[in-house]
Every structure is written in C-alpha cells, then in structure tokens.
Design a protein around this ligand. Structure first.
Ligand SMILES: O=C(O)c1ccccc1NCC(=O)[C@H](O)[C@H](O)COP(=O)(O)O
Length: 253
C-alpha cells in the first residue's frame, strides 16, 4: 500500500505553495508532550478518512474538531493534509493553527524538500517523516532541513529493520513506532512492545495507531511510550471532550 501512496505522491505536482505570510505562535511538540498531566502525552488526530477504513467521520469540520481537542486539554494535534487517500487538505492545518494553542503536526507523506518548506509556510509546528518512505540518508537530510526551518520532526517507523537503518544515521528527538502493518493495515500494540527496547533513551517515544482505550494507553506506556497518537477512536466520537477525558483518565465524565 505504501508503494501505491508514494507513487501517487510523486506524480502529484509537488509545487511550492506559499500562502500569505501570517503571524503565528509556535509551540514545541516535545515540550508539550512531556508536560502532559496524564500517564502519556496525547497527539489527537484530525482525520476524515483513511485507506484502511474509508470515511471515518461524516460530520467533519476540522477547525471545530481541533478547537474541541484543544479545549479538552490534548498536548498536540495531528492534521492529515493528504487529499488523495485521507481527504485532508493543507488549508485545514492553516485554519486550525489560528484557533488552537497547542503544537500542530502536519501528517502527510513527505517525499520532496518542497513539502518541508511548504509545511513551515502553512503554519506547522512539526512534520512527520516516515522511515519506510525515505532512505535513511535522505530522511536525515530532510530532518535537518526541517529543524533549520524551526520545525520539529516525528520520525515514524513500522519495523525493526527501518528503525535500525534510521539509528545508523542519527538519533531522532521524537520517535514514533507505528503499530499499523503497511501491507495488511492490521494494527497490533505488540509492535510497540517489540520495538520500544530498541529505541534510544534520548528519543521521546510515541506509540501510534490502533489505540482505542485507556487500557491500550496503559499497555504502550508499560512498554516505554511517553506519548500516543490517536485518530480513529476519537474521530468516531460525538463528544470529543468526554472522549479525550475517558481515553486519558480511564474515567467516564
Ligand atoms: O490510517 C490508515 O489507514 C493508514 C494507511 C496507510 C498508511 C497510513 C495510515 N494512517 C496514518 C496514521 O499513521 C494514522 O492516521 C495515525 O497513526 C492514527 O491511527 P489510528 O488511531 O489507528 O487512526
């Protein structure tokens, strides 16, 4: 599946899109995740659809969703900006950035340096770089480019092999273990269990995908995760404030 996504991405015209410059306040993803009052930091995702689940949320107002997440006390917001596979848009991120006071992560398939420059212009505080989408050397170059532009980076890996390749090049500040198998789409928290011990102590470890309950969060925290990235389970809830509270504290309000 990743091959298909990357083929479509490389055919999309990766032209530089520079909106009118605007004043935005930037927030640190790492600092925010480490300041969580819960057992882990929460990156809550704004995602209308996905290749594995189709439409996840019919009533989709990205700005309203992000505002509700912010009010609920999440530590960061992840915004899918890919149009083709996730029905996202880069404007969602720019609009969200205007109404929230937490860091905003651009979640997309970044394969061209132009997308990194664009991410800074559209207001992102952080970007995602996927280990399986970039050779380790290129990933490191992209990482350094992003850092020079003031962006933080969540480096995501789906396998031990990819993690090994990345760590041979550099140590990411923020490292995501994605629990989704990119071929079958199946999610297994045991992926975090298997890989967490290979993560450097200096990297803030984020467990991503397939997290639905407070017990799931407790489980990945026990494996060593300091933060979680949650999309679908929140996106399917009507009341996001209550959903965040229940997910993070384990108690219904
Ligand atoms: O979500 C998918 O179906 C998907 C398929 C192929 C590549 C990436 C995909 N998702 C991106 C993500 O990593 C997730 O949106 C994110 O980790 C949240 O996952 P979840 O909580 O399971 O929605």
């Amino acid at each position: 599946m990743l091959e298909t996504i990357l083929a479509v991405k490389s055919q999309e015209n990766q032209r530089l899109y520079l909106p009118e410059e605007q004043e935005v306040t930037h927030y640190s993803l790492k600092d925010s995740l480490l300041s969580a009052p819960y057992i882990a930091g929460l990156i809550a995702e704004v995602k209308k659809a996905s290749p594995s689940k189709g439409i996840i949320r019919e009533d989709f107002n990205p700005v309203k969703i992000a505002h509700n997440y912010d009010q609920a006390g999440v530590q960061a917001i992840s915004v899918l900006t890919d149009q083709h596979f996730f029905q996202g848009h880069r404007d969602f991120l720019t609009d969200i950035k205007k109404v929230v006071k937490v860091p905003v992560l651009r979640k997309d398939f970044i394969i061209d340096p132009v997308q990194i420059v664009e991410s800074a212009y559209i207001g992102a505080d952080a970007i995602l770089l996927i280990g399986e989408a970039l050779e380790p050397k290129k990933l490191h170059e992209f990482y350094l480019q992003a850092r020079e532009l003031g962006l933080e980076v969540l480096v995501e890996v789906h396998s031990e092999e990819t993690l090994d390749g990345v760590l041979n090049e550099f140590t990411p500040q923020i490292l995501g273990i994605n629990n989704r198998n990119l071929h079958t789409f199946e999610t297994k928290l045991s992926q975090t269990e298997r890989m967490a011990s290979l993560a450097p102590k200096e990297s803030l470890l984020v467990s991503e995908s397939g997290i639905f309950t407070h017990d799931d969060i407790q489980e990945v925290v026990n494996y060593g995760a300091k933060a979680v990235l949650v999309g679908e389970s929140l996106m399917r809830q009507d009341h996001l404030g209550r959903a965040v509270e229940k997910l993070m504290s384990g108690v219904s309000v």
